[in-house]
Design a protein around this ligand. Structure first.
Ligand code: MTE
Length: 359
């Protein structure tokens, strides 16, 4: 098995293995695989490409099974997509938030290649009354139950059929031009561009068509939030990534010479919407100005932006902020919405800089 050097990622939890990217991930449009965060709920399963297979069963005409060579016989596609863990930036919430204390680095952008899921499902007659497809990974472990005991379960998440059949959802076997490595789901994983990372089930071995809503642990307990439906509190699984931006440079605490010109730059991403604008404030949020969007709009990958700032001539301190907006009208908020619990942390992030006298 190919394991990677831990030094290229920051360890947030050893058992199971959870590591996030260094701040340098925000300096490059694509995240090298060695720098790409790893989010595991159980131990990485030891899978062998020769014996691996993906079975589709449940409410279908008859069950189907594909090996890795079968997958290669379908048309392949490559999609650049940003994967963000739903708990990314949770550390900003302080002690009130439980879960792996991710800073900013549980995110990365990679070129994923594989078979569009629609192509695979075209081979199958799914019953008309199927509502969801459940994607099951080969990793499994024990979870505590309310009675003090525990149950064994694999990692599993579902998608509504319409989403599963939408463009760009794929069974990926490659990442950044090479075969997937075990940490990222070797030999095959689901990739659901635009949705938080929990939907992109790694080490995919089974797809089950069901006629109701999946009630699994990672669907209703983890990666779900309370919402109010006509006064009734209902549990809703998390789905698309909330709009967010990040200043990659300058970094927090950086000292900048008074009177010089500085480029403030970073990335913005918006789940299922395109980034329409990024605004930058150099005065702690009193005023905002439009940043330039670099590269053309990118449906599922993060969008690079920059802003040229004439640093004031007088030494002092100030706070830089960036605020993104999508073409669906979603705007990055100033504060966290606690109804989302410790997930979807997308509020504007301040970067404090020091303006030092020029030499
Ligand atoms: N798939 C399986 N089988 N097991 C897991 O623990 N973690 C999910 C998802 N798929 C997970 C999984 C979560 S929460 C995230 S954020 C992404 O994988 C992380 O993908 P990565 O480790 O390749 O970055």
């Amino acid at each position: 098995m190919v394991r990677r050097k831990t030094s290229e990622l920051i360890v947030r939890q050893r058992q199971p293995d959870n590591r996030e990217g260094l701040p340098t991930i925000f300096n490059a449009p694509m995240t090298p695989t060695e720098w790409f965060f790893v989010r595991n709920h159980f131990d990485v399963p030891d899978l062998d490409a020769q014996s691996w297979s993906l079975r589709v069963e449940g409410a279908v005409d008859r069950s189907h099974c594909w090996g890795l060579d079968d997958l290669r016989s379908f048309d392949q596609q490559t999609v650049v997509a940003t994967l963000e863990c739903a708990g990314n930036s949770r550390a900003r919430l302080g002690d009130r938030a439980s879960g792996v204390p991710w800073q900013q680095g549980a995110i990365g952008t990679a070129a994923w290649s594989g078979v569009p899921l629609t192509q695979l499902l075209d081979e199958i007659d799914i019953d008309d009354n199927v509502e969801e497809l459940v994607f099951v990974g080969a990793d499994r472990g024990r979870l505590e139950t309310a009675d003090g005991g525990s149950v064994q379960t694999p990692y599993a998440r579902s998608l509504p059929v319409e989403k599963a059949l939408s463009d760009d959802v794929m069974v990926a076997t490659g990442m950044n031009g090479e075969a997937l490595i075990p940490d990222h789901g070797y030999p095959a994983r689901l990739v659901v561009p635009g949705w938080y990372g929990m939907a992109s089930v790694k080490w995919l071995v089974r797809i089950v068509a069901i006629t109701g809503r999946f009630q699994g642990y990672f669907q209703t307990e983890d990666y779900a939030t309370w919402e109010y439906d006509d006064d009734l509190a209902v549990r809703r699984p998390l789905s698309s990534i909330a709009v967010k931006s990040h200043i990659g440079s300058p970094i927090d605490g950086q000292r900048l010479a008074a009177g010089q010109t500085v480029t403030i730059e970073g990335f913005a991403w918006g789940g299922e919407g395109n980034i329409e604008a990024v605004e930058v404030s150099v005065d702690g949020g009193d005023t905002y100005n439009d940043a330039d969007l670099i590269d053309s709009p990118h449906r599922h990958g993060w969008q690079r932006w920059s802003y040229t700032w004439a640093v004031p001539k007088n030494p002092g301190e100030t706070t830089l902020l960036s605020r993104a907006r999508t073409d669906k009208g979603e705007v990055q908020p100033a504060d966290h919405d606690w109804r989302k619990g410790a997930y979807a942390v997308n509020m504007i992030r301040p970067v404090d800089v020091v303006i030092k006298p020029s030499e």
